[in-house]
Design a protein around this ligand. Sequence first.
Ligand SMILES: CC(C)(COP(=O)(O)OP(=O)(O)OC[C@H]1O[C@@H](n2cnc3c(N)ncnc32)[C@H](O)[C@@H]1OP(=O)(O)O)[C@@H](O)C(=O)NCCC(=O)NCCS
Length: 152
Amino acid sequence: MEAKGEYTASAEREDQQLGRIHAYLSRSYWAKGIPLEKVATSIQNSLCVGVFLKGEQVGFSRVVTDRTTFAYLCDVYVLEEHRGRGLASWMMRIIRAHPDLQGLRRFLLATRDAHELYRRHGFAAVKRPESLMEILNPSYFQDPGEPPAPGP
Ligand SMILES: CC(C)(COP(=O)(O)OP(=O)(O)OC[C@H]1O[C@@H](n2cnc3c(N)ncnc32)[C@H](O)[C@@H]1OP(=O)(O)O)[C@@H](O)C(=O)NCCC(=O)NCCS
């Protein structure tokens, strides 16, 4: 555990608080309606960093990775009342310094509007976007009948 004022941070999977993470992600713009079991499995299979205050998780980031060639950063959030205190930047520094994320060939992310945050931590716009392809299902977590979330 690292500390920043009253806040602590952890990259240990067992420290991540599934219920609180699901509570945020299921109302986020990119994973609205995601079921608890999917969040549990995603945490189980990822490198996760959390920020905590008085034992409660207030921020989260998840890296999907083989821990040697490739990583994909996603599910980054800080709860509303804790924003603007450098907590997301702190999580980014922890992730960029993590021993399992060194020497990667490619580290990707997708964002709707937080480019500036990530730019400060080494990310840049994809040079040749035409070289990247995807299979995207924007209505994956949506209740039937609801309009699809815009996604990142
Ligand atoms: C984005 C988010 C994680 C930032 O968390 P935070 O702890 O407030 O961020 P920090 O205090 O470390 O500051 C981040 C810096 O990035 C900047 N920034 C750039 N884009 C931003 C954005 N879309 N939202 C918030 N900050 C942004 C901030 O202005 C700040 O710069 P400053 O220190 O010069 O003011 C938080 O606002 C959040 O949870 N937003 C909703 C979920 C989300 O959009 N997550 C990102 C998905 S890709």
